[in-house]
Ligand binder design. Sequence first.
Ligand code: FEO
Length: 401
Amino acid sequence: MAKTRVARIAENLYLLRLDDTETMFFEALWEIPEGVTYNAYLLDTGEGLALLDGWKRGYEGQFLDTLRSVAEPRDVKWVIVHHVEPDHTGTLPSILGEAGNPQVLCHPMAVGLLEALYNVRLNVRVLKDGERVSLGGEELEVLYTPWLHWPETIMTYHKRLGVLFSGDAFGSYSIPEGVSDGDVDVEELLGFSRKYLATVVGRYRQHIVKAVEKLSSRGVEPKTIAPLHGVVWRVNPGLIIERFLSWARAEPAEGKVLAVYGSMYGAVERAVGIVLERLEELGASTVVYRFTDRERPPISNVIGDALDASAIVVGAATYESEVFPLIRYVVEEVARKAAAKKPVLIVSSYGWGGAAGRKLEEILGKAGFEVSVVEFKGSPAPVEDRLREAAETLAASIRLP
Ligand code: FEO
């Protein structure tokens, strides 16, 4: 049974958290051995309860029990939906039944999809961008933040408490020991935040920049950031905003080189090894993912590490006149989620005719990467000098410590 937590994060505000260790693949795609949390919030307005979001479908019973540990579900007068994705609205039908048709407040685009997903008729109030919504004695300011991570996404800001309910933005994978950034190893958590951003919001990264600019232009300077996944940021909320901005811009971490390769019988592995050895001699820090007959790392981790890499080394053989399939998939996802103007070196082997080098160059070039290729037949022995030179050229194009 999944663990649940309740924490009071302000005088009249509670976090209701589910620690999901059962989902192995977030969105049925992304490997998350570290798990994920779903965060809902409960605001006691003095004139009724406002429930902010919910949990994934399948946890309705635990959700209502957790809510009951703080308040009576029938006292929920308002439900605010910041984001329709079912990891946060799966429990909505259960609260609608328990609370007796509370008012559902959301973006206008959310209404049709919520009703279609859950086959319900909502007692709905649509929210306008910039609107200040009074809920009993409390007030929330609405900010439309499209594409974080769907088009109907909003944030709300409780100015008196200084709490920004940020939706998916500023969230993280993993199941943190504590509920706030003050209770965890922040550097470790940030790795899970970067991975979350890359896999879930990576395609729409420019909207993070727009949202942060919007927060600033509206004078929103939160003392606490309350996202839908991960910790509540109340010790250093500026840090997660700063990091999200940096990752959204795919800013390179000094000297970080990501290497990802597939190697069936060792030729690509030897070639990539020569490149990495030279890069490390020149001061680069390498992060390496190997797809071999013994290893298959989480693809989600590769995408997370691609976002702040200074350069990328890709190794893949030609396979059935195509790119070695696992690496093709990884590279296509990197091109979608972590596209940037960064150097990429492709190292590719073939038996009968080379195709992988050209095809990878096309995929990555279209995404804006600056691509060079070293391709060879069979063993890399005849091209060892070329591989070292290619590593030196790559190193010369990035900032090293
Ligand atoms: Fe956590 Fe886009 O839902």
